[in-house]
Write a protein that binds this ligand. Structure first.
Ligand SMILES: Cc1cc2nc3c(=O)[nH]c(=O)nc-3n(C[C@H](O)[C@H](O)[C@H](O)COP(=O)(O)O)c2cc1C
Length: 261
């Protein structure tokens, strides 16, 4: 639910300390001669920083901040996270799906635009019908060409029923973001990243699916699920794992460039 500071501000509670003005990203806080808050400008983006940092809780927010995960625990999650390509066939229960998607309600978006919609396609066969079978149908006339290619075994297995695209995952998550958002691409990818890490923490298997993202414009059935005014930004396959990884991620190449004067 969106936060509107003008609706939350408790009359008489503000002490005029000025904290909210200092943390406000859009200089939206209006104060009177005694420095107490009197209102908010239209530049307010509803981020809730005024309420989160107010020392006297003048905005009447209920939940106090709990200690977050320790860096060690968070690193354990990063080290143990692995893509899943072997899923159990059963769809996620409603409760698990709700828990899995909960982080989206806390995900940051550029200028706090919000509005991410996650479409959850449940059921192996539904996903086969919407994603895998149309690709197979499309490739069928060209199958003879594939026989000459280096990928012939791969394509041959696919045509005979293998699913290297969604890996027969029981749930497909499509992250749609309003086109009018300030940073739609990042908004969708951040929400999906938070969900993918939550999946790991919940012991579920998760696979980022770049192939479905690329194929999406050609998948008529899937395109019908798009909410108006949005664009697809990320795709995840999720489900219970049939096998859990036994060893950590081998460290990947990266560089840190430090500059100081
Ligand atoms: C944006 C993105 C798209 C991906 N798309 C696919 C995909 O379509 N199919 C697949 O099997 N793996 C896909 N992957 C998984 C990567 O291959 C995988 O993350 C990488 O090999 C590292 O393995 P790990 O995730 O187990 O650490 C994707 C990963 C990312 C981040």
């Amino acid at each position: 639910m969106r936060f509107y500071p003008e609706k939350s501000l408790l009359p008489g509670a503000c002490t005029g300390c000025g904290t909210c003005s200092r943390v406000c990203p859009s200089r939206a806080v209006v104060t009177g001669p005694d420095k107490r808050v009197t209102g908010f400008l239209k530049t307010c983006i509803g981020c809730g920083h005024c309420g989160a940092f107010c020392p006297v809780n003048a905005f009447g927010l209920e939940n106090t901040v709990q200690p977050g995960a320790s860096p060690e625990k968070l690193m354990d999650l990063f080290r143990s996270r692995r893509s899943c390509r072997l899923f159990m066939p059963g769809p996620l229960t409603e409760g698990k799906l709700k828990q899995l998607l909960e982080p989206v309600g806390f995900a940051p978006t550029g200028t706090n635009s919000q509005g991410v919609t996650v479409v959850a396609v449940q059921g192996v066969e539904t996903i086969q019908d919407l994603v895998v079978k149309p690709v197979r149908r499309f490739l069928r006339p060209f199958a003879w060409l594939a026989k000459r290619s280096a990928l012939r075994d791969y394509i041959g297995d696919f045509m005979r029923g293998d699913d290297p695209i969604t890996r027969r995952a029981p749930c497909l998550l499509l992250f749609f973001v309003p086109r009018k958002n300030a940073t739609p691409r990042e908004d969708g990818v951040i929400a999906a990243a938070m969900v993918s890490l939550n999946a790991e923490a919940m012991g579920l298997g998760c696979l980022w699916n770049g192939v479905v993202k690329v194929l999406y414009p050609f998948l008529t059935g899937l395109r019908k699920l798009k909410p108006g005014g949005t664009a697809l930004q990320a795709v995840l396959c999720v489900g219970e794992r049939t096998l859990a990884p036994l060893r950590e991620v081998p460290e990947r190449d990266f560089e840190t460039v430090l500059t100081s004067h």
